[in-house]
Design a protein around this ligand. Sequence first.
Ligand code: HEM
Length: 547
Amino acid sequence: MIVGSHRRYLKSPAWYLKFCQSFCHQLYDSTVETHAKMTTADASPKLQQLVQDVLQRDDSTRILGTAGLTVVLLVWVYYHFLATPDLSFLPRAGKAPGLFGLGINDVKRDFAKNGTKIINEGYRKNKNGMFLVQTLNVERVVLSPKYIEEINSKVPEGTLDMVEGLRERLLSAQTNLDVVFRSPLHIDVCKDQLTRNLHHLIGPLNDEANHTLSRLIPHKVELKAYDTMVGIITKNASRMFGGTTISRNEEWLKSAADYSMDVVSVAVKLRPYPAFMRPLIYPFLGGSKILDHHLHVAKKTFSHIFAERLALKDTDEKPVDMLQWLADSARGSDRNPDVLAHNMLFMALASVHTSSATIIHVLFDLCANPEFMEQLRQDVQQAVDESGWTLAAIAKMKKVDSFMKESQRMNQAVLTRPLKFEDGTTLPVGTYITMPSHAVATDPDIYSNPETFDGFRFYDKRMSSKTEANRHQFATTGPESLAFGQGKTACPGRFFAASNIKVVLANLLLNYDISFPPGQTERPKNLHKGGLVRPDPRQTLIFTPRK
Ligand code: HEM
């Protein structure tokens, strides 16, 4: 029935897609039943039917069908028996898939719904060890933060693959992000030039925030927080990418704001298919055209600029922006304007929604705790009065920094980005490891009254002694603070993220009163899915310009 309809399905992409889906579901359903009936030695009727259907076709279809089925079965066997590391010796949190991964979709559905609870329970039971959990994509080993020190100091360089987890999450082989991930260029420029040049960026970031806010919110208005902040952050990030030419380019801004959601949405649609079928399916997904469009916009926006920037000599005066840092650092096949344009799309993916979600959480926490508003405003005013819009002023905004960190602590994703652990005494090659950032952030052994929002929790810690003064900052990472990942593999853009969010927040505080709509006093509940946490995109805020 299925393989026989092969040629007919091939006539139209939609039919072909349906064919692939039904083939997989048939195979999946059949194998589930085969497993359930293994003890009766009775093969699944659906699987039998599938094989019968193939055998009853004419010769050529039969040969093709049989060959196809054999390949599918071999790949499936490889995938479940040989390609997955054996982690069965570890304790597990949440439901376990059946033998050979059967019933895995139910387990994933359960994780989508109860991910936070599952991880938190796993952490409580295995605080000083590690446990296994089936997440929405792969199985991950969740490590106690006590391993951080050991990983950072003893694991040899190159053992942890920083990109592999992201590759898996974004299915980069199909969504074309492998062009970016095949080299560490995007990580290196963030770690090095972006962070080193922060002091050049504060003035332009402030200018951009002013420009946007004066046009977007000239009078009292109620706006959706999510859309508004994504718009402001995309413009500010784009100002750092390439000055006002980029930050005022509406076509690019739209792609930069939408790209990460669109990539994730394609990855979500592709994931149910076995890896070997994804390249066949991808071109027929609606989302693939949208990703092509974003890439087209990125090339149209950046490729001609990269061609000029690559030609600049070291003796030339060079702009201080992401375009130039990428051009200067690119080697080998990365020295290609189109490849660099693709890198810019990734920069948008890494920076826009992460920073937007952070500032939205901060605003929700501010509106729910308005008693902090005036003190934060004074913190900003004093720093700017003393040092102008400079990096020094940003560093002086310690109360704002503390409020941001407390908001991040309370609204943390459950899992940080996973890493591939290549050696070690316990975990086999190919294991995805991760840290339980939400469970740690709400652990009463680490934070007193963890359920209480205390905007100056980290400020008070910094003020408590000289040795603590430079710790507990928004961009500081450590076993107690996992939102940016850890150690050598921590987010390389976090210092820029901290400064940019502070600049935007400081401008909002100085120029507006911000509140929930009348009658609302509590922040909206976060949306949880599969261990990820999002601020509610439906929530509106009222912005009232201050005299
Ligand atoms: C509040 C905002 C942000 C948060 C919460 C955040 C969080 C993270 C996390 C958790 C990781 C993975 C670290 C790990 O492997 O343990 C990461 C990686 C990364 N982030 Fe950020 N990030 C933010 C903003 C930014 C910004 C503004 C940039 C660039 C301008 C950036 C660039 C990157 C890059 C290049 C990577 C490495 C990606 C790779 O492995 O290929 N991030 N970030």
